[in-house]
Design a protein around this ligand. Structure first.
Ligand code: RIB
Length: 292
């Protein structure tokens, strides 16, 4: 079984649906409110586990009831939680999501996710050393992302960096990552507003820019390649990028080619948007393979 380690956030997503997104200073009436598990790290871990990988999570939760629900959800999805330690006296991460007009707006309060520190990751270094691939995102402190990158270099483990939410990163982290998976908006923040084609050329077979339902784009050393997405009836796009990353990591760790891995990941992401909640539509292995 392929081994994937995720270093990242877990949150409870507090989701309201509304026919209208409120403007600044405006109050609108919503239609529903639900609480579902989320957080980019946890979402990527669940996506990879549903697709058959052995997944170890390195993260933190608060010592509140949300933290317990997040832990229960990891266990329900078969994720190894040996390195998910509650932080005494701290709240769990929350994401405050408005689903309106066909898209989401999200405010994340990191809370316990800020305690995924370099020293904390050091206690879990065995899970990094043993992984076929390590996944990291940016809802944890920046110095931790840098440290994970250094550990992956030290132990020669490929690192997939999903730079979301976007922020500038040290060049060494970008150079060290085996794969970087921003969307177009995150790529612009990370690399500046040079034409995308020029940026892709600097990182052949490594920088994979996701473009929503259009699919993904990368440079293969000779040409710019687009791997198309799949058309589906979208219910909730929250977590589509996370499903893409989890699935992409699983396929690469299993030794699939880059293009096949991207097709697999696009398919998984397209299925994920057909149900409500970041993790609600994340597909199983047979659901992806049956529809490729
Ligand atoms: O990527 C989607 C996730 O971003 C949501 O689940 C929410 O928790 C936010 O962190």
């Amino acid at each position: 079984m392929t081994k994937i380690t995720v270093v990242g956030s877990a949150s409870m997503d507090l989701v309201v649906t509304s026919s209208k997104r409120p403007a600044a200073g405006e109050t609108v009436l919503g239609e529903s409110f639900k609480t579902v598990p989320g957080g980019k790290g946890a979402n990527q871990a669940v996506a990879a586990a549903r697709l058959g990988a052995e997944v170890t999570m390195i993260g933190r939760v608060g010592d509140d009831h949300l933290g317990q629900s997040i832990l229960d959800n990891y266990k329900a999805n078969g994720i190894i939680t040996e390195y998910v330690e509650p932080v005494t006296g701290m709240a769990s991460g929350t994401a405050h999501i408005i689903l309106a007009e066909g898209d989401n707006s999200i405010v994340v309060v990191k809370a316990a996710n800020d305690m995924v520190t370099p020293a904390y990751v050091d206690q879990a270094v065995e899970a990094i050393r043993a992984a076929d691939i390590v996944l990291v995102q940016q809802e944890i402190p920046e110095e931790t992302v840098v440290h994970v990158s250094e550990l992956c270099a030290k132990y020669n483990v490929p690192l997939m960096l999903n730079p979301a939410p976007a922020r500038l990163l040290p060049k060494a982290v970008i150079e060290q990552a085996a794969y970087i998976t921003p969307n177009e908006h995150e790529a612009a923040i990370l690399f500046g507003d040079e034409p995308l084609g020029d940026i892709l050329r600097r990182y052949p077979n490594k920088l994979i820019v996701t473009e929503g339902k259009k699919g993904v784009r990368y440079f293969d050393g000779t040409d710019e390649v687009v791997v198309s997405g799949y058309k589906v009836e979208a219910v909730d796009t929250t977590g589509a990028g996370d499903t893409f990353n989890g699935a992409f990591a699983v396929a690469l760790a299993e030794g699939k080619s880059l293009t096949d891995s991207l097709k697999f990941a696009n398919r998984a992401a397209s299925l994920s948007v057909t149900k409500f909640g970041a993790q609600g539509g994340m597909p199983t292995r047979s659901e992806v393979e049956g529809s490729l």
